[in-house]
Design a protein around this ligand. Structure first.
Ligand code: GLC
Length: 596
């Protein structure tokens, strides 16, 4: 059988993706021809490392991939070496199988290698969107790729190329912008940063994963994993271009969205996953599910397996092992039965496995992927932090600057800083930091809070007074108020009321009452409804979720760098006008940003 015919049913659309991955077709076909059904199905299964502790199931079930979810850390601790040992141990298991097909390890490196201690944490995508700077984003993801590779991992579940329309959505900050063209440009930059000009055997070429296909940011009321209610023309116009661009840039994997389109779960939508994505757009990389996402298609798991694989999914993320419903052993048994029953064709299995093998050959995994210790040693290096600091500088958006309150002088005599967020690395980093949800307080990855950065920047003659609560606030030469959101990820961040909290507004009003110039910094995953907070501020800066390099904020506050950031999404005037599709007057339009 001419496997090539089976594998490349994709159209001959003129796109880089088809050329990128076809170089190893002969090897893929030869290997595929040797594989048993068990070995093929095993390649289609991705399991969370937490479910593999203490067993040999990578080898026993010929697993093709392992991931570590947002809170799945090595038992030995969260250091780069502990990660390297975990990853290498699971890879070694795969090489004990009959055909020694190497394991592909994936992780959510969505703003740096954010799961591990010591990694540089970059601004979340909404901040990178405010830079409008594709070259910088490519450099940032090159650093992330190097840090990811330093722990033996070669697949990053990034970039998220959602185009969030309604910021009630808890994942708004994972999107670069509400503007489709900007998301396309920055998504391409990120893919190139992770993979290089093309996915290759280079030890720092990390498989990128454009996610979540399609319409994750278009759900009604911004509900996470919710339902896009729109016609096909709107779905294509808003959300397809970033995928077309990423495919042309050679992205090797795409993750499917939990969301639905007009009531149909994306993970079961054959028209969009196969006819559009693989056929019309010519995507011939691998299509992976989201975390236990196929479980949401039907109440019956075996039906989920049939519908998702037949819809076009090539690899299924099944995080759970025995003792949990819908586990990976059940998946394997169900898929074998479905092939025997003729409900999933051998050709579909071969197409899925060929796509997975083609990526592994393209990445040189069969030739072994020993990790350069210098990559591990460079995790969190000053050189890496310098690039993240540049991202922070360029991400800041100046919304107001009355009487040129900014920049501040480094020799200012008395500076007051208030707000717990000023000295909280966890708030600065947001969700997806060390833990899935992130956490406020001192996260264990090392970094510089905004307060520390301010103290390091001003002259020795400057008196800096800090008060988290702003108690007995008195007049000063300037008062910096740092307010914002507490860390969250995914559905935990969905919220109806997007007003800046009353306590934050009160703190700003208290500062204003002293008669001093008030510089307000907002740390948030999305624009918030400001009302009095803007009026009471002399200067107002949207700082988003800047990550570990707080110096980047001080650089701009004190004039070592200019404000260049521009809003990546519109800023709502009120809580009931939040979609960029709604032409009602926003407070600030996408693209707004003062220079001084
Ligand atoms: C999560 C997210 C997805 C992530 C995956 C693995 O639920 O939706 O973005 O890559 O699971 O952690």
């Amino acid at each position: 059988m001419l496997l090539a015919g089976v594998i490349f049913s994709a159209s001959t659309a003129d796109n880089a993706s088809a050329q990128n991955f076809s170089a190893n077709d002969a090897k893929v076909s030869a290997l595929l021809a040797q594989m048993t059904l068990d070995e093929k199905i095993g390649q289609m299964v991705q399991v969370d490392s937490g479910a593999l502790a203490g067993n040999n199931d990578v080898a026993k079930y010929y697993l093709g991939s392992v991931l570590s979810g947002g809170s799945s850390d090595p038992a030995a601790g969260n250091s780069p070496v502990a990660w390297l040992d975990l990853v290498n141990g699971l890879k070694a298991q795969a090489l004990t199988t009959r055909l020694k097909i190497p394991l592909l390890y994936g992780i959510d490196a969505v703003h740096g290698h954010n799961n591990i201690e010591g990694a540089v944490i970059f601004p979340h995508h909404i901040g990178l969107g405010a830079t409008h700077d594709p070259k910088l984003i490519a450099r940032a993801e090159q650093v992330t790729a190097a840090e990811v590779a330093g722990t033996g991992v070669r697949w990053a579940f990034a970039p998220c190329i959602a185009v969030p329309q309604d910021e009630h959505w808890g994942r708004t900050y994972e999107g670069y912008s509400d503007n489709t063209a900007l998301v396309s440009a920055l998504g391409v930059a990120a893919v190139k940063g992770f993979q290089g000009e093309a996915l290759s055997a280079s030890p720092v070429s990390v498989l990128a994963c454009a996610k979540h296909f399609i319409g994750d940011g278009g759900t009604q009321n911004g509900k996470d994993q919710g339902n896009d209610v729109c016609d096909e023309a709107t779905l294509r116009k808003l959300f397809l271009p970033p995928y077309q661009a990423a495919i042309k840039a050679g992205v090797g994997s795409i993750m499917v969205s939990y969301s639905s389109w007009n009531g149909e779960k994306m993970h079961g939508n054959k028209y969009l996953l196969t006819d559009v994505l693989k056929g019309e757009l010519g995507f011939n990389g691998l299509l992976v599910s989201d975390w236990a996402a196929i479980d949401q298609i039907n109440p019956d798991f075996k039906l989920d397996v049939a519908q998702s694989i037949n819809a076009g999914l090539d690899m299924i993320m099944i995080p759970y092992g025995s003792g949990h419903a819908n586990n990976y052993i059940e998946f394997i048994d169900d898929l074998k039965a479905l092939v025997a029953e003729g409900k999933v064709s051998p050709a579909r299995i071969d197409d899925a496995v060929a796509r997975i093998l083609r990526i592994k050959f393209q990445m040189g995994l069969f030739a072994g992927d020993t990790i350069d210790p210098q990559l591990t040693a460079a995790i969190g290096s000053p050189a890496h932090r310098t690039i993240a600091r540049e991202c922070v500088r360029e991400s800041l958006v100046l919304l107001k600057n009355e009487n040129h309150a900014l920049p501040l002088s480094k020799t200012i005599k008395h500076l007051v800083v208030v707000g717990a967020a000023a000295d909280d690395l966890g708030v600065q980093c947001g969700g997806w930091t060390i833990d899935w949800q992130g956490r406020k307080g001192a996260v264990t990855t090392g970094g510089t809070t905004i307060l520390t950065a301010i103290k390091q920047t001003v002259s020795s003659a400057t008196e800096v007074t800090y008060s988290a609560a702003g108690s007995d606030l008195k007049a000063a030469d300037a008062i910096i108020v740092v307010v914002g959101e507490q860390p969250y990820a995914e559905m935990k961040g969905d919220r109806q009321d997007l007003n800046l909290s009353a306590s934050d507004k009160a703190l700003i009003a208290q500062a204003k009452a002293t008669g001093s110039p008030v510089i307000t910094l907002l740390l948030s995953g999305r624009p918030l409804v400001l009302d009095s907070a803007l009026a009471d501020s002399s200067a107002f800066v949207a700082a988003w979720l800047p990550g570990t390099e707080g110096e980047g904020v001080a650089d701009v506050l004190f004039g070592d760098a200019k404000f260049t950031g521009k809003l990546p999404r519109m800023w709502p005037l009120s809580n009931d006008h939040l979609s960029s599709l709604d032409p009602a007057k926003p407070l600030f339009k996408t693209g707004f940003g003062l220079k001084e």
